[in-house]
Design a protein around this ligand. Structure first.
Ligand SMILES: C[N+](C)(C)CCCC[C@H](N)C(=O)O
Ligand SMILES: O=C(O)CCC(=O)C(=O)O
Ligand SMILES: [Fe+2]
Length: 421
């Protein structure tokens, strides 16, 4: 009967909140906590730990460290870190999740200092540290940023005065590598200077950071404007801002550029923070942002030049966000390589074009454009999931070498060095 009343109060409370009647809602919520305090909530014995929990029909409600968390009982059994359920040497689960009764409920719950003990119907005991639960709960994750970043336009980037790293110290010192990666993670671009202008040295540099991602363009690539491949990149033409390999199911994570030679004019590199532009869209037209994150698109690479025969197709929306916290993690933007749109009906198509225009307008604002001239010795790393690149048309002989890196391995290196990645 009490439970019934509580549920009723709760739904009234939610309705009041929805209607925006905060005053009333607060009043009720005070009442609720007083009421439940005496009857339904379990409290910690210790005064130092402020923790309460309530065993609901289908989940555990836990309040700790000013967070209200809700845990599914199967989840609580599944994440048990006891020796028989989890191998802490390999960090792998030993428990067969399929053997857990989907209607499982703990027989008893008890708190000792900061550890919660669950005894399950078969007698097995699971223990969780409260801080572990906060860190690993959905409610805790929702508030967390997965990849801390500094979004920039040209002025913001220039004002930040991000230092370049010297080639030798980059190779020799983990601290320098760490500084480089920290800047790369924050800004999505980073430079290394005084690199001997050869493909071999560029490769050595890349290998210090990550595994090189071999693609249809090779492991290390080297190109001029000889149209040796069926793509505009291999000409002297200008290239508008874009991300590369949008036609892969997983676009390449990082692009490394080293201009080995240029005898001629033009050919400057354009860099635009795609996440900064997307952020503007989110603020100005949230519905359009949402559409760009929902409409699946195809990108395509079709090549039949010389010995090269390739047909690649990648599927995914322009904006890719984590569903639990809406954080943007990947932008696919390449108007050259975008394939026929046939994955959504005509009316959605039209709304998509409007949203795409809004994003393009942001991406093309001159104040968002960072122009740099790549010179022999100066290697540029670009986060191809975030920062768009382009190039000015040029004259004369221009040699560019570089490679793609696997994103997983760059982040792996960063984590090894103690960075949050
Ligand atoms: C960098 N490298 C010259 C090897 C490849 C260029 C790929 C060009 C393609 N349109 C794309 O945007 O993915
Ligand atoms: O030539 C350049 O500077 C860059 C061309 C390009 O977009 C690429 O190779 O991905
Ligand atoms: Fe490109």
């Amino acid at each position: 009967m009490w439970c019934h009343k509580l549920l009723h109060l709760q739904s009234r409370l939610q309705n009041l909140m929805k209607r925006g009647d905060i005053g009333q809602a607060l009043h009720l919520s005070n009442f609720k906590s007083l009421f439940s305090l005496s009857i339904h909530w379990c409290h910690t014995a210790s005064k130092s730990v402020n923790c309460t929990w309530h065993q609901r029909e289908d989940h555990l409600e836990l309040q700790y460290a000013s967070t209200v968390m809700r845990f599914d009982y199967v989840w609580l059994r599944d994440h048990c870190r006891s020796a028989s359920c989890y191998n802490s040497k390999t960090h792998q689960r030993s428990l067969d999740t399929a053997s857990v009764d989907l209607c499982i409920k703990p027989k008893t719950i008890r708190l000792d200092k900061t550890t919660l003990f669950f005894t399950w119907p078969d007698g097995h005991v699971t223990r969780y540290d409260l801080d572990w639960l906060v860190k690993n709960s959905y409610e805790g994750q929702k508030q967390k940023v997965i990849h801390p970043r500094i979004l920039w336009n040209a002025q913001l980037y220039q004002q930040a005065q991000v230092p370049s790293v010297d080639f030798q110290s980059f190779l020799e010192s983990n601290d320098e590598l760490k500084k480089f990666l920290q800047n790369f993670l924050l800004y999505g671009i980073a430079f290394v200077e005084n690199v001997p202008p050869t493909q071999e040295h560029t490769e050595k540099l890349a290998e210090r950071v990550s595994l090189i991602r071999e693609t249809i363009y090779g492991r290390m690539w080297y190109f001029t404007s000889d149209f040796s491949r069926g793509d505009t990149a291999y000409t002297k033409l200008a290239l508008d801002r874009h991300t590369d390999t949008t036609y892969f199911q997983e676009p390449c994570g990082i692009q490394v550029f080293h201009c080995l030679k240029h005898e001629g004019t033009g050919g400057r590199t354009l860099l635009v923070d795609g996440f900064y532009a997307a952020q503007q869209v989110l603020q100005k037209a949230p519905k359009e942002f949402e559409l760009l994150s929902k409409v699946p698109l195809k990108h395509e690479y079709i090549e039949n030049v010389g010995e090269c025969h390739n047909h690649m197709i990648g599927v995914g929306p322009v904006l890719n966000i984590y569903p639990w916290n809406k954080e943007l993690y990947l932008i696919r933007y390449n108007n050259y390589d975008r394939a026929v749109i046939n994955t959504v009906p005509y009316d959605v198509v039209h709304r998509w074009y409007i949203a795409h225009r809004t994003l393009t307008t942001e991406l093309r604002k001159p104040e968002n454009e960072l122009w740099v001239k790549l010179k022999p010795g100066k290697v540029l790393f670009i986060d191809n999931w975030r920062v768009l690149h382009g190039r000015e048309s040029f004259t004369g002989y221009r040699q560019l070498c570089g490679c793609y890196l696997t994103r997983d391995d760059v982040l792996n290196t960063a984590r090894f060095l103690g960075l949050h990645a």
